[in-house]
Design a protein around this ligand. Structure first.
Ligand code: WQD
Length: 341
């Protein structure tokens, strides 16, 4: 079986993807400097899979260390690149930090990929590239919009870099545009590690339910949607993770229609914030303390995916529904509280 390098393997989507890769029989190595993740994620991955993945604590901006790693590590057939900062709010305050970490890190990685003629590359992109779309659901052909944040810009620009890169490199590239990944592994060994106060909806909900936060504020109640709150496409992190295995298999099977292709990874279903609260309360049999507040700057009204390209071309199968997302997210929050993670 081929050897896959995962950058950001100790992160949220990264660790779930490492599990899926191992379970599909791949050999996996990871690069993660653990600046915003935990090295123990790999121990948890080993509990789930029975396999211990070696993580190399290298910052992708350190070209010397990265270059030395690639000189030593032979026979990498594909790279899945997750390692990046992802806080929208922080990126607005520190754009250069985001440009350096996300874009310089990507450039350094691509230099190594080109030098060592690595055949396959999968990039973590985001639905944020669609901005406030005029038509729903969004397909991969929906026009991209001006980025709402420096974080979003690193995804738009990251994709653009890859479009140019494939013209000169022998590498075949896929960019996967994630919608809103939520939930945790059903084993409850791994989940999202939240640094500070969460900005994302579901972590804020679970932290409120456990008592870490006093109250959830629903940002805005007068949007032009069915109940006045914003609509998003929430998707289980294990489904997102499995799509990376499908993407690697697609590349390895020589099925690429072009050197650079993009795929939406969403459930295809739009949920409002109020529907998310209702579903969380129902599935977990609890009451959430919440109130309406002002709109949040930069929020798009509604976005959800047309996911048929990934389903048809990659053979991607969705295994988890909204109830599973709510159940596993809450189970993980309780585990975090029990163990003081
Ligand atoms: C979801 C909904 C909020 C928190 C982020 C990134 C984006 C992309 C996807 C990575 C919105 C509402 C939230 C709260 C709330 N990420 N909300 N109270 O806005 O879709 O976008 O994830 O690429 O770049 O910005 O996700 O979870 O922050 O918000 O009412 O305390 O929940 O207004 O409608 P979002 P989110």
């Amino acid at each position: 079986m081929s050897k896959i390098l995962v950058t950001g393997g100790c992160g949220y989507i990264g660790a779930h993807t490492v599990v899926e890769l191992l379970q599909a029989g791949y050999e996996v190595i990871s690069i993660d400097d653990n600046s915003r993740s935990n090295a123990w994620m790999m121990d948890r991955v080993a509990i789930i899979t029975g396999k211990k993945v070696v993580n190399h604590a290298i910052n992708l901006c350190d070209m010397e260390a990265l270059g030395a790693f690639f000189e030593q590590e032979k026979n990498i057939s594909g790279v899945i690149h997750f390692a990046a900062y992802k806080s929208v709010g922080e990126s607005a305050k520190e754009p250069l930090l985001y440009f350096e970490n996300n874009l310089l890190g990507q450039i350094n990685l691509l230099k190594c990929v080109q030098k060592h003629e690595i055949a396959h590359f999968v990039f973590s992109s985001s639905c944020t590239v669609y901005g406030n779309p005029e038509q729903l659901p969004v397909t991969e052909e929906t026009p991209l919009q001006e980025a709402e944040s420096p974080y979003g810009r690193t995804k738009v620009v990251g994709e653009a870099f890859l479009r140019d890169f494939v013209k000169v490199a022998s590498t075949k590239v896929i960019a996967l545009r994630y919608f809103n990944p939520v939930g945790a592994h059903p084993s409850n060994e791994i989940g999202e590690y939240i640094l500070g106060v969460p900005s994302y909806l579901l972590p804020y909900m679970t932290q409120t339910a456990i008592g870490k936060r006093e109250k959830l504020t629903v940002f805005g109640q007068d949007y032009p949607t069915r109940d006045g709150t914003c609509i998003r496409d929430y998707i289980h992190v294990c489904d997102i993770a499995a799509a990376h295995v499908n993407a690697i298999q697609y590349l390895e099977g020589g099925k690429s229609k072009a050197s650079f292709e993009v795929f939406n990874l969403g459930s295809g279903i739009g949920q409002s914030v109020l529907e998310m609260i209702e579903s969380f309360e129902r599935v977990n049999d609890l009451k959430l303390n919440w109130q309406f507040g002002d709109r949040r700057a930069g929020d798009v009204v509604a976005v959800y995916a047309n996911n048929s390209k990934a389903i048809e071309a990659l053979g991607w199968q969705l295994r988890f529904n909204l109830d599973d997302m709510m159940r596993t997210a809450w189970a993980w929050e309780q585990r975090v509280a029990q163990e003081g993670l």
